[in-house]
Design a protein around this ligand. Structure first.
Ligand code: ASP
Length: 312
């Protein structure tokens, strides 16, 4: 007989792991806190983990503080190309999109993908799928913010070949704002994970990072738990960071699993990243080896969300 407690809803949200400067720290923390409130309202009222993760991420996509949706970074050709994914822990189903720039909320399109026969759609095909599913086309320029125009202009004026391992460690102008992600468990014990990003600044056109790739940027399995990652996408892809973190849940608590995964990536390929982890019994963890990570969480035993940097 399973003597575990009945599932308790919980939500963990991140807004990127990098050298977030003091000037942007408050906006990142406020954004994460507001997004938790949006997602938590759904879980508290018996909504599903998938709906909570989707709504949380859509809220962060609409907040120009973050490198997702409005405020996404520009690639070196001056265009936005966004990636997003949602994973359903009931049946390991995934909906993912990459290199899209004509939808306001890529996470909404990823949700449509969950109901389709495919896992990952990219570029024009993903856009045509969006119109078929009734999403409104937007002008890509409506997602571009001044901060990112300046960032690209500075990069173009003085192109530097930035070691991507370093890119998440220091705060100059050409470093990214935070990618966003969330993991949740609902009262039914169903678990979901999701993420959305504009990718890394001045990336090549067509570059896809870890965010829409199951196993790398996200993983959710009702039998174990969920993880979502942020940071140097190429490194996260190479080690399969999200699935690594979830696999540790077999023998370790969520917090230890998060640390073990980050430590493995660090020692094997010196990657820089952060990961949020949730176990099927609702235990919460996160770890990062970047200077800062915008991250917060909420569960039924808490009176208010706890965001990294809050007094405990
Ligand atoms: N992991 C994302 C990517 O490489 C970027 C980030 O998390 O900030 O596309």
């Amino acid at each position: 007989m399973d003597k575990r407690r009945p599932p308790r809803p919980a939500l963990v949200v991140h807004g990127g792991a990098w050298a977030i400067p003091d000037t942007e720290w408050k906006a990142h923390r406020d954004g994460v806190r507001q997004a938790i409130e949006v997602g938590w309202a759904i879980l508290r009222d018996n909504g599903s983990a998938l709906d909570a993760v989707q709504a949380t991420i859509a809220h962060l996509e609409d907040d120009p503080t973050f490198d997702a949706g409005l405020g996404s970074v520009l690639n070196r050709e001056g265009r936005i190309e966004m990636d997003a994914a949602l994973m359903d822990g009931r049946d390991l189903d995934v909906g993912a999109v990459a290199c899209v720039n004509r939808v306001k909320n890529p996470i909404r399109l990823a949700r449509e993908g969950l109901k389709s026969e495919h896992v990952l759609l990219v570029g024009d095909g993903a856009h045509r799928f969006a119109w078929e599913r009734g999403l409104e086309p937007v002008d890509p320029s409506s997602l571009v913010v001044e901060r990112e125009r300046l960032r690209l202009a500075a990069h173009q004026e003085a192109p530097r070949s930035v070691d991507p391992r370093e890119a998440f460690g220091h705060p100059p102008l050409d470093r990214p704002n935070g990618t966003v992600g969330a993991v949740a468990i609902d009262r039914g014990g169903n678990i979901a994970a999701g993420g959305s990003t504009g990718g890394t600044p001045a990336k090549r056109a067509g570059r896809v990072g870890d965010t829409p790739i199951p196993g790398a940027g996200l993983w959710a399995d009702n039998r174990a738990g969920a993880a979502a990652c942020t940071g140097w996408g190429e490194g996260i892809l190479r080690v399969g960071l999200a699935r690594t973190a979830v696999s540790h849940l077999r023998d370790a608590a969520a917090q230890d699993s998060a640390w073990l995964a980050i430590r493995e990536m660090d020692s094997r390929i010196q990657g820089r990243a952060g990961v949020i982890v949730l176990s099927r019994d609702g235990s919460i963890g996160y770890a990062f080896n970047t200077p800062r990570m915008a991250v917060g969480y909420m569960d039924e035993e808490m009176a208010a969300p706890q965001v990294n940097g809050d007094p405990r």
